[in-house]
Ligand binder design. Structure first.
Ligand code: ZN
Length: 481
């Protein structure tokens, strides 16, 4: 009997190993290479246009905080000077006073339009870090074939590239096959009221874009060094954004006679409990597909795990959880960002308050997250309420949609040996407002491992800027049926 059981287990084990190996070897070892093109030379004027745009400090400080509107208007004057044909052939309207929507009518108005998005507001340079910059943040300096300055990567190079490509095509007498809209937001770094107003207008006009293309993912050589090839992370969905308010209201008093538990104690314990456990992971189909597409270029062990998710999903997830960036791809994240209480060193405050920011995985809702927070905090004295408006975080753009395929094809053409893969944007972009009425909202720019955005020495190599202009040129010229 024991012999029979042993034999059975041996056969089962061999069968399991056989299936695992079969799946692993069937998972091809080569990722296809598609032909790319030589990027056309960059005219000197394009570089000076980008640098001039950086020199205008179009800074947004936070929702509701005043901005220097003169700078924003000066920016548009500069665009009108730099791109005369754009302003002769395309119409534009202003929204939220400082955002603009351009319209370029195509040859076939019956085809659904494409929308190209960018924003031209930039985040401030923190006073504490200003000294660490090696260049003037708003100098638009060109050093070692790299353009420096706040906003160059996020997101002025994109706006300038769209206009450069359009101006060039107009000079050749080109007209796109379908209508194009350019949506240029003035406050993406805060709430995105500009893009929101533009989206609302388009929805009212019953304009239903077949594709919307905005910032989000980019090309990376650093994240998958083992592939020895650039990987284009083409985001087809983004996480939702919601902040929660956690408040404790408890009698305070004189600090010489503290009660056993104060409002600060209760809130602190709640926050510690909240951070002890993460929301359960979920590998979205698009993340699964991303691994299917890069998997063949990875090591044998990694290929084995990816080719057999039914057996190794937990192992794969364990690997992803080790890194904060990849961890954010597989779960809703929850983190306290503001803690407020107290005003005098000898007074025990009666109110302690925290803001907890969450980034919600597509498919989950703010209510799901609120339920989790309450369960973790597990203290009725901590009142949990929603503190921001809910974002749309619905399904991803289809990988066989015209929009995705066009972006993928353009990426192949402008990037030698590239591996394009679907991706999830963990940050919020202006394009979320277009999601409810657009077919495919894609968040991707062909820049490479951008450096210094929202930080020190923000910069972009000239080669990336060149690639970006050509990328948009392909999108504009290959947008037919
Ligand atoms: Zn941005």
């Amino acid at each position: 009997m024991i012999k029979k059981i042993f034999l059975f287990l041996l056969v089962a084990a061999l069968l399991l190993v056989g299936i695992v190996l079969f799946n692993t070897f069937r998972f091809s070892k080569e990722i296809p290479i598609k032909a790319s093109k030589e990027l056309p030379a960059l005219p000197d004027s394009a570089l000076s246009h980008l640098r001039a745009a950086i020199r205008i400090p179009t800074i947004t400080f936070g929702d509701g905080l005043p901005v220097d509107t003169l700078q924003f208007n000066t920016f548009w004057q500069l665009m009108e000077q730099q791109y005369p044909l754009v302003h002769q052939h395309l119409t534009h309207q202003s929204f939220n006073a400082l955002s603009r929507l351009y319209h370029w009518p195509g040859k076939h108005p019956e085809q659904k339009p494409y929308v190209l998005m960018a924003h031209f507001d930039v985040v401030p340079v923190e006073a504490a870090t200003a000294k660490q910059w090696t260049v003037a943040p708003f100098g638009g300096e060109l050093k070692n074939d790299t353009v420096y300055g706040r906003g160059v990567a996020d997101d002025k190079a994109s706006l300038i590239s769209i206009l450069e490509a359009t101006e060039k095509l107009l000079a050749q007498g080109f007209q796109p096959e379908r209508d194009f809209y350019f949506s240029f937001g003035n406050d993406e770094e805060t709430i995105g009221h500009g893009a929101q107003a533009i989206a609302k207008y388009m929805q009212e006009q019953k304009i239903k874009p077949e594709m919307v293309l905005d910032e989000g993912g980019e090309i990376t050589r650093e994240h998958f060094p083992e592939l020895k090839r650039p990987v284009a992370l083409i985001a087809v969905a983004e996480k939702g954004y919601m902040s929660f308010d956690l408040t404790v209201d408890q009698a305070g008093g004189h600090s010489s006679t503290p009660a056993k538990e104060t409002a600060i104690d209760i809130l602190s314990k709640g926050l510690v409990k909240l951070r002890e456990k993460q929301m359960p992971y979920k590998v979205l189909p698009l993340i699964h597909e991303m691994f299917q597409r890069i998997g063949p270029g990875l090591s044998f062990a990694q290929r084995m795990a990816i080719a057999n998710p039914w057996l190794f999903e937990k192992v794969l997830v364990g690997q992803l959880e080790k890194d904060k960036s990849s961890n954010a791809l597989i779960r809703t994240t929850i983190v306290p960002t503001i803690v407020q209480s107290g005003m005098k060193d000898n007074v025990i405050p009666s109110v302690a308050k925290a803001i907890v920011n969450t980034r919600i995985l597509p498919g989950q809702t703010p209510d799901d997250v609120e339920f989790f927070i309450r369960g973790q905090v597990d203290d009725a004295r901590i009142v949990v309420t929603k503190a921001s408006q809910a974002d749309y975080n619905g399904p991803a753009a289809a990988l066989d949609s015209k929009g995705y395929l066009l972006v993928e094809n353009a990426t192949y053409q402008v990037t030698k040996d590239v591996i394009p893969v679907p991706f999830l944007s963990v940050g919020a972009t202006d394009s979320k407002y277009f999601q409810p009425f657009s077919e495919a909202v894609i968040k991707f720019l062909p820049s490479t491992d951008s450096k210094g955005f929202h930080g020190i020495d923000e910069r972009m190599p000239v080669s990336d800027f060149k690639r970006m202009i050509y990328f948009y040129q392909i999108i504009l010229t290959q947008a037919g049926k």
